[in-house]
Design a protein around this ligand. Structure first.
Ligand SMILES: *[C@@H]1O[C@H](CO)[C@@H](O)[C@H](O)[C@H]1NC(C)=O
Ligand SMILES: *[C@@H]1O[C@H](CO)[C@@H](O)[C@H](O)[C@H]1NC(C)=O
Ligand SMILES: *[C@@H]1O[C@H](CO)[C@@H](O)[C@H](O)[C@H]1NC(C)=O
Ligand SMILES: *[C@@H]1O[C@H](CO)[C@@H](O)[C@H](O)[C@H]1NC(C)=O
Ligand SMILES: *[C@@H]1O[C@H](CO)[C@@H](O)[C@H](O)[C@H]1NC(C)=O
Ligand SMILES: *[C@@H]1O[C@H](CO)[C@@H](O)[C@H](O)[C@H]1NC(C)=O
Ligand SMILES: *[C@@H]1O[C@H](CO)[C@@H](O)[C@H](O)[C@H]1NC(C)=O
Ligand SMILES: *[C@@H]1O[C@H](CO)[C@@H](O)[C@H](O)[C@H]1NC(C)=O
Ligand SMILES: *[C@@H]1O[C@H](CO)[C@@H](O)[C@H](O)[C@H]1NC(C)=O
Ligand SMILES: *[C@@H]1O[C@H](CO)[C@@H](O)[C@H](O)[C@H]1NC(C)=O
Length: 829
């Protein structure tokens, strides 16, 4: 297998990497082009090319004239034996994997269109008849996609590499596999690229340079993995599993010299004939920055699985979790395993509801956490799986259905975890007991149907599937084959679908997040750590990019509206960032769910988030980290997030930019907004002229235009690393009109001043006179102060006017019309 041309190539690469270092042109691909040993396959619009050397069996991915990815040897482990296409390059002793056939063909994929396929067939013996594995490259002709596929033509046994949690860091088959340097050296371009991916599940930083020492294995890292040019953000690739997510991992496998490897997770014991694994490589086109390429990736994934993005569900604005204020009792909440003194939960909820009604805190749903059902050994604390999924009489003596009907009178969200090995359902349904005596996995679809139908009957609309991580972390058996863990998700999907229940995934591992593509009922993921245990768990701007791309609403978890809650179960925990948490929850589109003690909710905080009927003032998409925050140098030093809002008719769009934890001030330029253009909202365009202001001080406004190079300075706002107080700025960009000198600033008393929940339409007109007409939505008793401006010229001084709309009507919601013209000023009627 060791041919002369390989030797020459290595010399060549060595030469290239050695001599060009000073000139910064390492990894130059032009030398490879002259190497006639390579077959070259160009992807769509030449965005990237695959170089294949049929003699040395090496593959390389070139983008922008550079070797972005250098393939490592083909590798598979079965019959307790390691096989490699280049054993001499491996650190472990391996037997040779023999190439027995290599051929090209053409085909068409239902989703991705026509492709050219290069197939390689492998044998573990010299016999060409012992075909054990096929690997293929599919180069698509009409999409910037290359697929890497593994196909298993026969049953394989003895595949596993161990049976510990650490074994998940290994793969038993590797294709594709890309070389990554170890430790200090930087031998490959990949070592110098930016990455954006999960690095340690709920660690929300998610970015850095190179892949050295960052991957903690496929349970916790990767998928999707974005690699990008730190200076040129639209030069990137996304690598992700495309199928069999529960077994198809990305890792840096210790048995493969910590190369980045995609393949079968190391605990799988056997593979059935006809099993396959696919990895997608998506290559960005010019102007596809970080947010845009991730959305494109998500769109392909959703299309492939026929799953609808939540934004495309016609009635998603009616979803109570997205549209209304709620109350939570999960970890971090005041009433998590904690009731009012001498009261049980039912009595505590009665008092809580009375408080909310009396104080006009418009809670529109309640969450009941894991304290209400029977757990392992009949234990009443938080630990242990489900023994019996019924309300305990010491918690809810009248049951959950009665609690909803008589007391709460809102839809409910309930908690659900894994089942204990002593659960009481095993007499009636099939279960798989975990050998660590912790988790017992229900195997029957009918069981899931029963559980989900039962809670629907109680008035539950959303079920939290929590502790997803425990299936792989605490139950070895679920990882031994390629279908048990996947079927768990499919059973949840089936049960939820037939009962009409939506699912909120909680504590997911990386495979669980990807697996939501096969579960149409997962609408929300709590993407952060628990509220109380991690004071910075609000930092979801990057995780929200991935979640939203997958068609799911990111949820930041509950928050307190007052920093201190008397006798809280979390000891000295003080919330330093009440308003920041509230704003982030509001901007996430996920639940805005408070969790204060009775008597301890700050109504000022709540009233800034929603109308008096509990309808939240929402942007049109979750706020995400702006592209510029991904730059190697020159971007903001901290968090800069963006989202946008509009009136209901979608004629008037405003941009929201939030900055926090900026260690340096940052000059924001108009053209950054261009990176936020998406296909979701065709009616939104970036205006040539904006007036930018911070909610705290409207008189401190800036004009920002496409033509003048004027930038505005976002002041630094570093987090205090002792108290974790993180000051923030929310900037609102309102567009100036060509046809009118009027400007609508919105309702400045609210956290987001212009949203479709307050403004149903906005019209500017120049004839017969320059005027503004705004339809304002309100609730009986609300006093809505609408602020408008008038400026005779762009960049000029703005006169600011505030108009009061007083809603006095018996109807639940009404519309008042605010009109402004030059002769009469503004009125609201
Ligand atoms: C598995 O390995 C044993 C020796 O360890 C060998 O005798 C046997 O032929 C191998 N089986 C396969 C299917 O390769
Ligand atoms: C595949 O299609 C291309 C162009 O469409 C053609 O040039 C090539 O010969 C085909 N290859 C095979 C193996 O059919
Ligand atoms: C080098 O990297 C490997 C793999 O990430 C790691 O296990 C090892 O501790 C590192 N060694 C040093 C000296 O940093
Ligand atoms: C479980 O606990 C409840 C309430 O504490 C008690 O009524 C019941 O008898 C217990 N069941 C068992 C099997 O111990
Ligand atoms: C699981 O373990 C429990 C406790 O040992 C036992 O009662 C139960 O029958 C087991 N269930 C199955 C499906 O093996
Ligand atoms: C805030 O910025 C500091 C300094 O860059 C960083 O160490 C810290 O992790 C950041 N915290 C959050 C919550 O982003
Ligand atoms: C309630 O919130 C407002 C706005 O953040 C704040 O000014 C006020 O001090 C808070 N009140 C209490 C009692 O914490
Ligand atoms: C608001 O901004 C104006 C203009 O920059 C400034 O003069 C004024 O002091 C600011 N007011 C407050 C309360 O910060
Ligand atoms: C952080 O907060 C503490 C307590 O309020 C204060 O003493 C300290 O000066 C603050 N640090 C910075 C850098 O502002
Ligand atoms: C200005 O507005 C008032 C009240 O809305 C209206 O009566 C009047 O006709 C308007 N004037 C013009 C010139 O449009």
């Amino acid at each position: 297998m060791f041919s002369q041309s390989r030797f020459l190539l290595l010399l060549l690469l060595f030469y290239v990497s050695d001599c060009v270092q000073q000139e910064g042109r390492r990894f130059d691909a032009s030398l490879l082009e002259q190497d006639s040993n390579y077959e070259i396959y160009h992807s769509y619009r030449n965005a990237a090319s695959l170089y294949w050397n049929p003699q040395t069996l090496e593959y390389i991915i070139i983008r922008d004239g550079q070797v972005w990815l250098e393939g490592g040897p083909f590798f598979i482990h079965f019959n307790y034996t390691f096989y490699s296409s280049a054993p001499e390059q491996e650190s472990l002793k391996m037997l040779p994997l023999q190439l027995i056939d290599q051929y090209q063909s053409n085909g068409t994929d239902t989703f991705f269109g026509p492709f050219l396929k290069l197939s390689l067939r492998w044998s573990s013996t010299l016999s060409p008849y012992y075909f054990i594995w096929e690997t293929s490259f599919k180069i698509f002709q009409e999409q910037s996609i290359i697929l890497f596929e593994q196909y298993f033509p026969i049953d394989l046994f003895g595949v596993e590499l161990g049976n510990k949690r650490d074994t998940f860091k290994h793969v038993s088959s590797a294709f594709p596999r890309f070389k990554v340097s170890l430790n200090d050296s930087d031998n490959y371009l990949i070592d110098t690229l930016g990455h954006f991916t999960f690095l340690d599940t709920w660690d929300l930083n998610m970015r850095g340079v190179g892949l050295k020492n960052v991957f903690t294995g496929g349970l916790y890292s990767g998928n999707p993995l974005l690699l990008y040019n730190l200076q040129q953000l639209d030069q990137s690739i996304v690598l992700s599993s495309l199928n069999n997510f529960m077994s198809n991992f990305q890792t840096r496998s210790p048995s493969l010299q910590y190369h980045f490897a995609c393949g079968l997770q190391g605990r799988v014991r056997q593979v059935e004939q006809s099993f396959s694994l696919a990895t997608l490589l998506l290559i960005s086109q010019p102007n596809e920055g970080i947010n845009r390429i991730m959305n494109k990736w998500g769109k392909y994934m959703l299309q492939y699985y026929g799953k609808q993005h939540v934004k495309d569900e016609g009635n998603h604005q009616n979803d109570f979790f997205m549209s209304k204020l709620g109350y939570y009792t999960d970890t971090g909440s005041y009433y998590w395993y904690n009731t009012e003194p001498d009261l049980n939960y039912e009595e505590t909820f009665i008092k809580l509801k009375q408080y909310h009604v009396a104080q006009q805190i418009p809670i529109q749903y309640y969450e009941l956490d894991s304290y209400w059902y029977y757990k392992e050994n009949n234990y009443t604390g938080e630990h242990g799986g489900i023994l019996w999924y019924e309300p305990r009489p010491d918690v809810f003596p009248s049951g959950i259905e009665q609690l909803r009907m008589n007391t709460l009178q809102t839809p409910l969200i309930v908690h659900h975890k894994y089942y204990s090995y002593d659960n009481l359902y095993q007499i009636f349904y099939r279960f798989l007991n975990g050998s660590d005596y912790k988790v017992s996995l229900p195997l029957d679809q009918t069981f899931f149907n029963k559980i989900l139908s039962q809670i629907k009957q109680w008035g539950v609309e959303i079920m939290i599937q929590d502790w997803l991580s425990s299936i792989y972390e605490d139950m070895p058996e679920a990882s031994w084959d390629t279908y048990t863990a996947r079927e768990y998700h499919l059973h949840l999907a089936g049960g939820a679908k037939q009962a009409g229940i939506k699912l909120l995934y909680c504590m997911p591992l990386i495979p669980d997040i990807m697996e939501t593509l096969e579960n149409s009922q997962v609408k929300y993921i709590r993407i952060s750590n628990d509220y109380s245990t991690d004071i910075n768990q609000w930092d979801i701007g990057r995780a929200s990019i991935v979640t939203w791309a997958l068609g799911i609403i990111p949820f930041k978890d509950t928050f307190w509206t007052m920093s201190m809650q008397p006798q809280s179960p979390y000891g000295k925990f003080i919330e330093p960032n009440v308003e920041l948490n509230a704003l982030i929850a509001l901007m996430s589109l996920g639940g805005v769910a408070i969790s204060d003690k009775i008597g301890n909710t700050n109504s000022t905080v709540v009233n800034r988030l929603c109308r008096s009927d509990g309808v939240l003032f929402r942007p049109r998409k979750p706020a995400t980290s702006m592209d510029s925050t991904f730059f190697g140098v020159g971007g903001p030093d901290g968090e800069l997030w963006h989202t946008y809002g509009s009136d209901l008719q979608q004629t008037y769009f405003v941009e929201y930019v939030m900055a926090t934890n900026l260690t340096q001030s940052y000059e924001f330029a108009w053209n950054e907004l261009l990176n936020t253009v998406d296909e979701d909202t065709p009616r939104r365009t970036i205006s040539d002229v904006y007036i930018v202001f911070s909610l705290n001080n409207l008189t401190d406004y800036y004009w920002i235009t496409s033509t003048n190079p004027f930038t505005f300075l976002i002041p630094s706002c570093p987090q205090n690393l002792t108290t974790y107080y993180s000051p923030f700025h929310l900037f609102v960009f309102v567009p100036a009109q060509k046809e009118s000198k009027w400007i609508l600033f919105g309702e400045l008393a609210k956290q987001l001043p212009i949203t479709q929940q307050r403004f149903s339409s906005v019209q500017f007109s120049s004839r017969p006179a320059d005027s503004l007409q705004v339809d304002v939505i309100g609730i009986d008793g609300e006093e809505v102060l609408v602020t408008v401006g008038f400026s005779s010229q762009v960049l000029g001084r703005i006169d600011i006017i505030t108009v009061q709309c007083s809603f006095r009507t018996m109807q639940p919601t009404t519309i008042m019309t605010m009109s402004c013209n030059v002769s009469n000023g503004c009125q609201c009627q």
